[in-house]
Design a protein around this ligand. Structure first.
Ligand SMILES: Nc1ncnc2c1ncn2[C@@H]1O[C@H](COP(=O)(O)OP(=O)(O)OP(=O)(O)O)[C@@H](O)[C@H]1O
Ligand SMILES: [Mg+2]
Length: 288
C-alpha cells in the first residue's frame, strides 16, 4: 500500500524575486507502507525541501502530496493532521531543544496531540528507553547532555508521537563514527520493532548501505533513481556523474573482481564484506 505520494510536485523558493529558485521539478515518488527508504543526493538537490512537503510544512507550488491517497493540503485540518501522522526530525535537531528538562522536551509533541497525561507519560518513558536515555536523565536539563545524548532526546520526541511515517534529515550528521553507528543502529531497530515506514536523508552512501532497503536519488530537484540498493548501486557511473558514489567497500570488491576473484557483487557494508571474504576463504579461495 502506498503511504505517501508526491504527484508531479514542483517547488519554487522566493517566487517573484530575483532569487527565485526551482528546488523541486516535477517530482513523482511513491513511498510504500513499511519502506525503509533513504533519500540521497548532492547538496542542494532538494532532499530537505521534499521531506518538508511530506508533512505539509511546505506546500507544492505545483502538484500534490497524497497521504493514503488524500491530498494533505486539502484543508488546514488535513495539513495539521499530517504533522502528527508524518513525524519529521530536522537536521541537527538538538538545536531545537528548548524545555527545562529532557522529560518536557520529549513530551512536547505527544502533549500537543491532545493525549491524556498518563498516555503522554507512557510514551515519553517508552521513547526515552528506546533511544537509550536512562530514567535519571529525564529530570536533567537538555543543555547538560552531550551532543549525542541531545540528539537522542530530539529523536525520542518525534518517536513519542508514534507517527505512521518517521522522517529524519541527516540523523547521523556531525557525530563521530561511533555516534553515527549507534544512531543508525537505533533507526534500524526502530524500523524492525515497529514495522513502520522510515525515511532518512543522507549524504553518505556508507550510512545508507547499512540501514536502507530502498534508495531515492535526487539530482537538481528531480528524481534520478528510485529502487533497491542493488538497482541503484549497479549504476555507479551515473551516480558519479551526480557527485555521488557507491560505498567504498563495493568499489574495492569490484576492483578485486577485475583480477578474477569472483566475489559477490552486492556487498555494500564492511560486515557483508567480512562474510563474503570468509566464505571465499572457506572455499579454498575459489568463491564460485
Ligand atoms: N529557505 C530557502 N530559501 C531559498 N532557497 C532555498 C531555501 N532552502 C533551500 N533553498 C534552495 O533550494 C534548493 C534545494 O535545497 P534543499 O535544502 O532542499 O537541498 P538539500 O538536498 O537538502 O541540500 P543539503 O544536502 O545541503 O541539505 C537549493 O538550491 C537551496 O539553495
Ligand atoms: Mg538538506
Amino acid at each position: 500500500m502506498t503511504v505517501l505520494e508526491a504527484e508531479n510536485v514542483s517547488y519554487k523558493y522566493s517566487v517573484g524575486t530575483p532569487f527565485q529558485i526551482t528546488a523541486l521539478d516535477r517530482v513523482n515518488v511513491k513511498v510504500e507502507q513499511g519502506d525503509m527508504l533513504a533519500v540521497i543526493g548532492h547538496t542542494g538537490s532538494g532532499k530537505s525541501t521534499l521531506i518538508q512537503h511530506f508533512n505539509a510544512l511546505l506546500k507544492p507550488t505545483e502538484g500534490r502530496i497524497l497521504l493514503y491517497g488524500k491530498d494533505i493540503n486539502e484543508s488546514r485540518e488535513t495539513a495539521h493532521n499530517a504533522r502528527f501522522k508524518v513525524g519529521l526530525c530536522f537536521q541537527y535537531p538538538e538545536y531545537q531543544l528548548f524545555e527545562s528538562t529532557v522529560y518536557k522536551d520529549i513530551s512536547f509533541g505527544p502533549a500537543n496531540m491532545g493525549l491524556s497525561s498518563s498516555e503522554t507519560d507512557e510514551r515519553v518513558r517508552r521513547a526515552a528507553d528506546f533511544v537509550g536515555l536512562s530514567e535519571n536523565m529525564l529530570g536533567k536539563s537538555p543543555f547538560d547532555l552531550s551532543g549525542g545524548e541531545k540528539r537522542r532526546v530530539a529523536i525520542a520526541g518525534v518517536m513519542a508521537m508514534e507517527p505512521e511515517v518517521l522522517i529524519m534529515d541527516e540523523p547521523a550528521a556531525g557525530l563521530d563514527p561511533r555516534g553515527r553507528r549507534s544512531i543508525l543502529e537505533l533507526i534500524g531497530n526502530y524500523r524492525k520493532k515497529t514495522g513502520r515506514t522510515v525515511i532518512i536523508v543522507s549524504h553518505s552512501m556508507e550510512d545508507v548501505a547499512g540501514v536502507a532497503e530502498k534508495i531515492l536519488v535526487l539530482n537538481r530537484g528531480s528524481v534520478a533513481m528510485h529502487g533497491s540498493l542493488d538497482e541503484v548501486f549497479s549504476r555507479s557511473d551515473e551516480l558519479r556523474g551526480m557527485g555521488l558514489d557507491i560505498p567504498q567497500i563495493t568499489r574495492i570488491f569490484s576492483e578485486l573482481n577485475k583480477y578474477g576473484f569472483g566475489l559477490k557483487k552486492n556487498v555494500y557494508t564492511v560486515e557483508q564484506a567480512k562474510d563474503e571474504i570468509l566464505r571465499y576463504l572457506h572455499k579454498g579461495g575459489n568463491a564460485k
